[in-house]
Write a protein that binds this ligand. Structure first.
Ligand code: SAH
Length: 220
């Protein structure tokens, strides 16, 4: 693991454990998620200048106008996706800095993650390699098409907001699987879709704040 910033007190194990305690008081109950988030060095996913703020409960800028989701948001979405069971194949739309990807990699067998901004993904690919996160497959593409050749997925997580559920993603969800994403326009809420033999059901949850889902790819 990279030792970058390792001397900074604010990025120590103690700071991480304080974050975990705060997540508990904010209602996160899945011990597996809490333990995973207590072990991943979140400060290595933001620029060095922001490292001391990495464990605060805020989203932070990560270049190209994008943001790393707040710890609570990552924890809540992961908890909803996991539903207290180990996950098999997971699809993530919106790799960004890769923090959510690193969390998913510890709670799922394999994570397929798609990012539309090429240079952002290049940086994230290096970061996740340095952190020895291996059970992931990253792709530079428009996530709206999903990952056809490896579908269906046990879980799908989308970390950019959309007014509608992308239909191709719904098709790529396994029967018995769950999809979690922010839905809305001006006001956004977490939305959980569960697929059963009978069809799809939707649950609307907490209010959140995400950058928009956009179509097409950015090459450089
Ligand atoms: N979960 C990540 C990223 C959050 S920001 C993190 O915490 O760092 C949302 C990300 O979704 C951005 O990186 C944005 O470029 C990406 N995104 C938006 N629309 C997309 C699309 N259609 N396909 C793939 N990625 C997309």
């Amino acid at each position: 693991m990279s030792v970058r910033h390792s001397g900074i007190g604010m990025t120590s194990q103690r700071t991480r454990l304080r974050m975990v305690e705060r997540l508990r008081t904010q209602g996160i109950t899945d011990e597996v998620i809490l333990s995973v988030m207590g072990s991943i060095p979140r400060h290595l996913f933001v620029e060095e200048a922001l490292a001391s703020r990495a464990y605060e409960d805020v989203s932070l800028p990560i270049n190209y106008g994008q943001t790393i989701s707040s710890p609570w948001t990552v924890a809540r979405m992961s908890e909803l996706l996991r539903a207290n069971e180990p996950l098999g194949k997971v699809l993530e739309i919106g790799t960004g800095c890769g923090y959510q990807t690193a969390v998913l990699a510890q709670i799922a067998e394999k994570v397929y993650s798609i990012e539309r901004i090429g240079p952002l993904l290049t940086r994230t690919r290096i970061r996740l390699q340095e952190l020895h996160v291996r059970n992931i497959h990253l792709r530079h593409a428009d996530g709206l098409h999903g990952f056809t050749e490896t579908a269906p997925f046990d879980g799908i997580i989308m970390t950019a907001v959309s007014a509608h559920i992308p239909p191709l993603l719904l098709e790529q969800l396994k029967v018995g699987g769950r999809m979690v994403f922010p839905k809305g326009t001006l006001k956004q809420n977490l939305c959980m879709i569960q697929r059963s033999e009978a069809g799809y059901s939707e649950t609307i949850l907490e209010e959140v704040n995400f950058v928009p889902l956009l179509s097409g790819v950015v090459k450089k």
